[in-house]
Design a protein around this ligand. Sequence first.
Ligand code: ADP
Ligand code: MG
Length: 880
Amino acid sequence: MATGGVYRNGSNKAPNLRTSSSFKMKLPASNVRRSIPGGATDSVSGRVRVAVRLRPRNAEEMAADADFADCVELQPELKRLKLRKNNWDSDTYEFDEVLTEYSSQKRVYEVVAKPVVESVLEGYNGTVMAYGQTGTGKTYTLGRLGDEDTSARGIMVRSMEDILANISPETDSVSVSYLQIYMETIQDLLNPANDNILIVEDQRTGDVSLPGATVVEIHDQQTFIELLRLGENHRIAANTKLNTESSRSHAILMVHMKRSVLGREDDFSPENENRSHSVGNFKPSILRKGKLVVVDLAGSERVHKSGSEGHMLEEAKSINLSLSALGKCINALAENSAHVPIRDSKLTRLLKDSFGGTSRTSLVVTIGPSPRHRAETASTILFGQRAMKVENMLKIKEEFDYKSLSKRLEIEMDKLIADNERQQKVYENEVERIRLEAQKRITEAERNCGELLEEEKVKCQMDYMESIQKLEEKWSVNQQKRVANGEVHMDTGNDEVKELKALLQNEICLRKAAEEENKNLKLQLLKFSKAELAGGSTDIMNLQEILEEESRQKKKLEEEVRALRSQLSQLSTEASQSRSDLERGRNGNTAGLDCLSPLNHLQSRDSSNGERASIVNLHEQVGLQKILSLLESEDANVRIHAVKVVANLAAEEANQEKIVEAGGLTSLLMLLRSYEDETIRRIAAGAIANLAMNEANQELIMAQGGICLLAMTASDAEDPQTLRMVAGALANLCGNDKLQMRLRSEGGIKALLGMVRCRHPDVLSQVARGIANFAKCESRASSQGTKPVRSLLIEDGALPWIVQNANNEASLIRRHVELALCHLAQHEVNAKDMISGGALWELVRISRDCSREDIKALARRTLTSSSTFVAEMRRLRIEV
Ligand code: ADP
Ligand code: MG
């Protein structure tokens, strides 16, 4: 043994003791790993920490030992304790902490127990144990409740305070058991009836537990204090009953703590990284199960006695087997013995984890100052010194908390479902909003179109009113002039009629422009309705209704135009009547030859009865041959008169054959070729037109190159009346089934179509008649089984004009065109062109609106019998 100044550390096997500077050394978190199922198991070494606490002298010692110095001398700053051997010699011991008689309970807690409690909160097991002679302050250090003075609270109370302050009541739980071991039986201090609790050892993990012990869940400090008080009372009662003392039993408080902590990133292997991100960092939380064991040991003097007084083992057992077994275990551990006799006692089995196990263990050895108990004190100090050499391997006690993870996932799933439902709702609202917006826009567009059409209509009406007014004014001025002068110069009358016609022409042009505009708007509406098809048939129905309304308006306007036209025509008739009256008054009966075209019965029939009679007379007097020879007269005047006579004769069916037989047709065709005079050409064309009504003549006209001549005249002539005659002649030829190909190949169709440049309704009407005739022949041919070929009319580009004029304001033109469309449509091979050319819409219109029931029915029949049209109408959702 070393003398003064030499440390008595008990063994030089623990050279590291000096360097372990702080008792409070905490475990670095990074350094401490867990033993998670499936995870790596790490541990960190943790030596048993030992503090020595000196009790102040009590009253008795003050009196009895007044003349003696304490047996120990403390050097707390050096963490050393000197144990006097005599007045001049002492042994020095170093501890992890040296607590003087003045150390407060708070400080004792902080240096001895607090680090252990903190470890327990992190998921380690922890042990705080007091060892020492009876009366040195073990219970004072551990078990004081601090009822009257809170500063006196011991380690048990303060530990629980710390634990409760650091856990969250929602996820964590704390429960306690309170036991005592006496004579190798374990008694439940919370339920005295439970006086022989068995220790159960888990074969797999080696963990020990006391399933028979009462476990009380702690939610607040007060409950815990009451439990401690109850346990203490039961301890006193039990010891009284067994006729023993508390100093001969060990009191053990077990605090079980379960904490739930969220899993950490590194709890997952890299291959699970994606998964953890995709489920929103869902990891099972980790359940930490720390256990704090606070042991208030029986008085150590018993061990000493049992050893020093040479008691037999049996006797020692009866005194305190557990305490001596603890000493042996610690010796064995301190000396790294191969065998540690843990199983020798209940206490050592229970404290299996506290010494040489995984627990963070802190021991406080309590000593008294009295030199009378020097031997006990020395023994206690040596116990402490040996305990300091015990190394534990700290292991965190945690496992994945799949239960709470599943609960969390359930909650998260509910949240996601709710989120999803909310988003679905938002989406539906958005769709509804867009739908309403679209609806609004459609309504707006419809309104705008309607307004535009309305404006256009009003404008047209105004224009017409204005022109009627002008015409009326002009007429009344003329009337006045005539009344005032008694006569009107023929040229003036002619000019006025021309002017009126020009005005009408102008009006028609205006009307056409309006018509065009209307058509454009309709097309726009059509396009719009096509675009909106996807939006549902209601939109189309709406648009169709609007269209129908527009067509009704248009019809009304057309009626007005027709009325205007008939007024105008009446005006013209009256004007020409007055002109011819005037002329007859001036020229006598020569006016008889100046007849109007034979086709123009409207103008001529009533007024020319007298003239015709005189022509018949002339014909009879002179003979047809002679009249025909006059057609080649040198005198232009004679030629004109002659041609007029022939034309008048040709108007009568009875004369036609004679005229042709006499070579009149050839002469008339010659006149067309000469085109020296517009009048002659006009009248000749009229005569040819009349002759062309007869089928036999049609072939003759063709044979004599009439088509070319007519085509030439059609392209040269400017005068609408000439063009009307030419068109009339061609239209008649168009009605001959045998001449179709030739008519076309010699340019008859092209010539007919070319004449629409003159917008005169009479010309257009003849063109339309020709087209209708031609189409009719074609459809007849196809129905008679001729090989189906595309219509020659379509080949020659007639379709655009047909479509354009299908709704012409002049009913005559309209009828012809409508018929032409129906005929073309009967020929399936034309259907595609007709659809792309917009003819389908016109046919649909005709099938709905045509005022002639037969044409209407024909159109409907035609539409429904063509598979191409039916398919297209289905596609456009049109019903007829
Ligand atoms: P043990 O439990 O070791 O037998 P106790 O804790 O019962 O000892 O203490 C014996 C007596 O000494 C008690 O009256 C206690 O109040 C008193 N005592 C113990 N330690 C101290 C101390 N540090 N300061 C004041 N009094 C103390
Ligand atoms: Mg005690």
